[in-house]
Design a protein around this ligand. Structure first.
Ligand SMILES: [Zn+2]
Length: 91
């Protein structure tokens, strides 16, 4: 969750960088990842979980908080949409 603090002539927006592995729930502070995200061209990075070794996708949401998901779910979803497209061609 992000916090907005009012200051004279503006606001300061503070964002949460804490995230966890969606599979084994290992928690990460997100400090290194947020630095990597700032330098990433597409605002998207992947990190390997140190506990269960699965790939985690990491990005910011519209409020500036870190969001994480499993890369394997990403592939399942893209396959699912590909199957739906194929089905619509058959009809
Ligand atoms: Zn994990």
């Amino acid at each position: 969750m992000s916090y907005i603090v009012k200051i004279p002539n503006g606001i300061i927006c503070m964002s949460e960088t804490l995230f966890e592995c969606p599979k084994c729930h290992t928690k990460y502070s997100g400090e290194r990842e947020s630095e990597r995200l700032h330098n990433a061209k597409r605002m998207l990075i992947y990190k390997r979980c140190t506990t269960c070794r699965s790939w985690i996708g990491i990005t910011y949401d519209i409020q500036g908080d870190i969001r994480s998901w499993l890369k394997e779910d990403e592939l399942v979803n893209s396959n699912r949409s590909a199957i739906l497209k194929m089905k619509s061609f058959i009809k």
